[in-house]
Design a protein around this ligand. Structure first.
Ligand code: SDX
Length: 382
């Protein structure tokens, strides 16, 4: 009986899904049959959202209608903006601000009274959430800078529009394309902790806002979504130390320090998303500061070759390169994980909808190891 308990649900199958598949030994990721490399190279984030939510890549007309519908729903209520301002003034963490924003969206949902069993209506609500997250997040960051929020530009795609609302300037094509690619790479990834959290909430037939709020909460942990910020902080620490990166990482690992961005519950080899982001970072480095690319690859080579981590199945994951890419795009550190949430909200919504099509309340068992029969002693006698 002892070996039927799977801590962390490691390797336990709890659902069937058409959405994404990970081959941890081959380092392969597909969304509904399409290799992530093809989607990253040839599609937009809106196309990938359509693929995840509707089951096939859109035609040009379908994409235009879908993207336009999302672009018209980017505005957030003034109360949400006022709350982002108050949270920014209180120096709240961006993931907590995002969690608050998503939970507030439901107060202004035009279809609030629609039956939660109406999956089409739930999809429309999910589309509104995904359209509004970038606006609320960018506004929070603008308030932190002491600036007013920038209104969304309906003529820009979701990725370019976020960068525009963050900086007030239209991003150049390289930045917009890089960010769009990063959103594609983070959109879905099987039953990771945040997706499974959303599914558990959705399995109780709670509303989609609650499911996405739960996903944001789960992703905020450093073992899951918070690693890309930790990676960038390590790179800055190395750079500030003035030490050779090799010397630094040798000392850190000899001291037993775990390097963030390495290791994964499913991948035993390099995460295919890390490979795509690495080549993107190399392109960005060619036009800018290649310091981060050099430090990152030096650490990877050391951990892989000298420490032999990859032989142990511990290899770079998506977070190992995403931090440096966002840094090159001028995005603040603590916005990296909220950006992960911005993208993954699409995957959370897709999995909740798919699971609810043949819903079964998710309720595992635990093995009780406490005492069987204690004698109650009244308070006055204790
Ligand atoms: C994401 O699930 C997903 O799909 C997640 C994600 C997604 O798209 O949703 O891919 C996104 O979360 C990527 C992972 C981001 N987190 C980090 O990079 C944090 C650093 N990595 C780890 O803490 C760890 O690898 C986890 C949490 C990601 C996975 O943990 P597991 O499967 O529970 O594995 P483990 O922690 O038990 O580690 C197994 C072994 C250990 O060896 P032992 O000491 O137990 O013998 O690998 C070693 C660990 O010591 N190890 C590391 C290491 N990570 C694990 N050794 C050195 N450096 C590291 N970073």
């Amino acid at each position: 009986m002892a070996n039927d308990l799977k801590k962390g649900l490691e390797g336990v199958l709890v659902a069937e899904s058409d959405l994404s598949s990970i081959d941890g030994d081959e380092g392969r990721l597909i969304y509904r049959g399409y290799p992530i490399e093809e989607l990253a190279r040839g599609a937009s984030y809106e196309e990938v959202l359509y693929l995840l939510w509707h089951g096939q890549l859109p035609t040009e007309d379908e994409l235009t209608e879908f993207a336009d519908a999302m672009a018209t729903e980017r505005e957030v209520d003034d109360d949400v903006l006022a709350t982002m301002e108050r949270l920014a003034d209180a120096d709240e963490r961006p993931m907590a601000a995002l969690r608050t924003a998503v939970s507030m969206f439901s107060a202004y949902e035009p279809e609030a009274d629609v039956d939660p069993d109406d999956l089409e209506a739930t999809l429309r609500k999910g589309r509104r959430i995904t359209a509004k997250i970038p606006t609320a997040l960018a506004a929070f960051e603008r308030y932190r800078l002491g600036e007013e929020p920038v209104d969304p530009d309906p003529d820009l795609g979701l990725a370019a529009n976020f960068l525009y609302m963050l900086t007030g300037e239209q991003p150049d094509d390289v930045a917009a394309e890089t960010f769009d690619q990063a959103l594609i790479l983070h959109a879905d990834h099987g039953l990771n902790a945040s997706t499974f959290t959303s599914m558990v909430i959705g399995s109780t037939m709670a509303d989609i806002y609650s499911a996405v709020t739960g996903g944001v909460a789960a992703l905020s942990g450093p073992l899951h979504g918070g690693a890309n910020q930790d990676v960038m902080e390590v790179l800055i620490e190395i750079d500030d130390s003035g030490k050779d990166p090799l010397e630094w990482v040798e000392e850190a690992t000899d001291a037993g320090r775990r390097i963030p961005g390495f290791g994964h519950r499913v991948y035993n080899v390099k995460d295919p998303r890390a490979k795509i982001l690495q080549s993107r970072l190399e392109e960005l480095a060619a036009n800018g500061d290649d310091k981060w690319y050099d430090i990152t690859t030096t650490i990877e080579d050391y951990l892989t070759e000298e420490k032999g981590l990859v032989e142990k199945g511990i290899a770079p994951n998506v977070d190992f390169y995403s931090g440096s890419v966002y840094y090159q795009l001028g995005i603040p550190f603590d916005m990296y994980t909220p950006i992960f949430a911005m993208s993954r909200a699409g995957g959370w919504i897709a999995h909740v909808l798919e699971y609810q099509e043949d819903n079964r309340l998710i309720r595992p068992r635990g093995r009780y190891t406490g005492p069987e029969s204690e004698e109650f002693v009244p308070l006055e006698d204790r």
